[in-house]
Every structure is written in structure tokens, then in C-alpha cells.
Write a protein of this length. Sequence first.
Length: 547
Amino acid sequence: MSSDLLVRDSGRTSPTLVERAAAALDRGPSRRSFLVRMAVVGSALTVSPLRFLLRPGTAYAAVCGVDSTCSSGYTAFCCTINNGINRCPPGSLVGGWWKSDNSGFCCGNARYYIDCHSYCSCGCEAGRNFCGEGCRNCSCGCGPSGQCDQRRVCCNNFRYGQCNQGISCTGPVWCRVVTCTPPWRVPAWSCSTTSAHDQRTNDHGAPCLVDCTGINNKYTALGGPGSVLGEAITRELAPPDGVGRYTHYDRGSIYWHPAIGAFAVWGAIRQKWQQLRWETGPLGYPVTDETPTPDGVGRYNHFQRGSIYWHPAIGAFAVWGAIRQKWQQLRWETGPLGYPVTDETPTPDGVGRYNHFQRGSIYWHPAIGAFAVWGPIRLKWQQLRWETGPLGYPLTDETATPDGAGRYNHFRSGSIYWHPSTGAHNVHGAIRDRWQQLGWETGPLGYPATDQTDTQDRVGRFNDFVGRGSATAPAASIYWSSTTGAHSVSGPVRSAWLERGGASGVLGFPTTEPFRDPDGLTRSTFQRGFITYDPVTGAVVVKEGGS
């Protein structure tokens, strides 16, 4: 080696030496900008001049070689000085990057090294940095001892220059972030695609850098630091159950389970999952990434034992267990219920569970199962105090009636029937039993026209019905008292009976179903008399006080 290459100028390496070394470096297959060449060669000559000049290799290898020591000038990985977190420390900025192709640490793909600089090293005076940036205390030192990443921190004052080029003044390299994601795909880093390479850094590792795990493969597939998740805020950790692994990021998390794999949760869905105690709660580990719903409006994640669905106008709510299974049978949010508007919640009696949805509800009871109620029938049930009212828990989903005109739900102690002409009305107890015996809505009474109601004297109860062939006007009734039981009355007999005060009048409650007497007349008997009707002549005869 010629002696002029070793000439010093005031303790610094000669500019001629730098220029010649840079020219030699530039003869490789990948061209570097003048700024990059000068920065790297300058750093190499500063920290290890004889080693760089006298041993074969590149400027990158001299600065970053696997045999470099703490004093060699190699900059520490950020995770070694940043609580295990592989991101730039607070108060630093990305100044540039370089890469190693076909890295075993990135599953055979390129591995990228991102330099995190302190803001400025021009000096501070009276709390003010000469370059106009906040003055950062980035003192030169070494990383942890006894491991392969025992390297220098805040000692190298060069800059590759592909990132944040609008910021002209930067301080020394604080530490390096390592990623499998191209840095120009991370908007926050503001990097260009100008590439610098050094294959001799291919096998640089550190205990806190973990690549090619399920979590890191998922993270890279989603876009790494440039994805919806952002940069890592924790290292890869074990959750409380000791089974899986997780990493939290700026805007989300990736959880991994050995039997499931790695999936990402973020945004409002992640916040809801956190409220439900992560994987230790009722949902377990995620089994999907956050995914758009078929209608293109909402988002969801499925978990081992449930789901969280989000809608922009509603928020995120959780559904699990038998209620979720029922909702799935009803075509999720595309079915009659829509999106959930509550989490699964205990009922006031402490026995059952429920979820409300945009257009309905699903209620579950351990002895019955889960059933759905929606539309006008649900509104009627709500008016009757849900499961705490006279009907109790649902026993069926909302179902079409045999005639195809109406809808109904059966409950533990009654039913609600709906018809477009009459609306939704409840029938329960002995009155419902009698109506069932008479053929429900397909029998002579038709659909209910009123809810079950107290009689005027509050001695009994009744439901009016539309009657067969009638559209809306009540033409039949079932009346009940504890003395007489439940019996129907209809047609002209009912009209004559009501004119005389009905159950509170002179005749009292009906005591039999209508029947044909020996004369072929339709007869209904009451507590204090009877009424007959001649279907041929239309004559109605009322007999009070006897039979």
C-alpha cells in the first residue's frame, strides 16, 4: 500500500484517501450516490482506518462486520437499548438505510437496516440546539456486554441520506432498526428507494431480534412497520396462559397460538377484545385477521369461541357461544338481525344471556337454548318486560305462520303473533291453550286482535280475535276466569252478549264452547244464561237466568 494513503491531516484521514477509497467501493455491481459513498467510507476510516485499508472487504463490512468489537464503530441494534423493542427510540429520526439480500433472518428475503439518528450534534447552548432542533443527549457508549450486539451507541456521525431528506441536520446514529419490510413502504420513515448493500452483514443477529416466527411472518405479510399496525411497541412476549405469543404495535396486535397460527387484531375490535381480557376472556385467541364484512360496511375478527363485529355507526361488540351460533345460522349481519349493538350480557334474572342487534335480539336460557326475536314481535315482547314479563324466554325463532300471512314466536309461557293487518299481539296462559286447541290462527278465531287484557271488573282476562274471514275487526274472543276456565265466543252470539255487558253483564263469563243444540241452533252458555243463533234465519235469542 502506498504511503500517501496513510497521510493524516490534523488528526483526520486525508480527503484524498476518502475519495480514492470511495472510488474503489463504487466499482461494485450496485451504484451508490456520492453522499452514501462518502458517509460510509468516512465512517469506516474514522472508526477503523487501518483495518479498512489493509484488510480486504467493504466499508460496510469494516463498520458492521461480524468480527467487529464495541470499539469498531458498529452501531447497536435498537432493541438492545430500547427495552427489547425494535424501533427508533423516542427523540430520534430515520436518516437512511441499507440491506443484505437473501438473509436467513428474513426467511431468505432481503433484510433491511434502518439508521435512527439523534436530531442534531451541532451543540447546545442555554438549552437551545444550534440547528434549531430539540437538543438530545445521545452520548457515545457501548451496548450490553457478553452478546453479539455489544456495539457502539451514538458514536457514528455519518448518514446514508435516503430518508427524511428535508431534515438537513442530524446527529450521530443512535441505533439500528432491522426489518424484513422495504423502508420506502413505511410512510412515517420518508425513505427513497435508493439502495445500499452489504452481504457481509447477512448473519448479524441479536437475542432481542426474532425473525421468521409466526408473528413476524404475519407482520411482514401485512406490510411490517408500514402496515395498519404501525411499529412495534413491545418485543415478542408470552401471554398469561403461557401457550401462545404476542406483539403489540402502535395500532394493533398480533397473537399466535401453536394450534391456530398468527392473526392480527387492531382498532376498535382490538380495544373491545382488550376490554374482554384478551385471550384469557370468553373469546380466546383470534382465528382470523380483521376482515371486511360482506356488505362492505363493517369489520370483524373471529376468535376461538366468538366474534367481534364493528360498524362505523355503532361501534364494536362481541358475540359468542350459543348466541353467536344462532346469529350465524341467521346469516350473521346480512340476516334479519343486522349488526350487534351490545356485547353478550346477563339477563336481569341472572339465569340467561342476550345480545341485542340492530333489528332484533337473541336470548339464551340454559334449559332452552338460544332463539331470535325481531321486528314488531320483539317490540311487543319488550313492552311486556322481555323475559321478566308474562311470556318468559323465547322457545322459537320468529317463524312464518302456516298460511304464509303472519309471523310468530312461542315463549315459555305464551306466544306473540303478528299479521300485517292486525299487528303483533300476545296470547298466554289458559287463553292460549284454548286458542291452540281451536287450531291457532287457522281455526275459527283467526289471528289475535288484542293483547291479553283484564276484564272491566278485573275478575278475568280475554283476547279478541279477528275471526275467520275477517281482516281487522274483532269477530271472536276467548274469555277466562278462575271459576269458568277459558272459552270462546264469536259471531252474532258474541255481539249480543257484548251488548248486554259481556263478562261483567247479566250473563257473566262463557262456560262452554259454542255447540249445536237439538234444534240445530248455535248455542253458547254463560254463567247466568245462554244465547242461541239460527244460521238459517239469523235470529238471535238471549235467555237470562237459566239453561
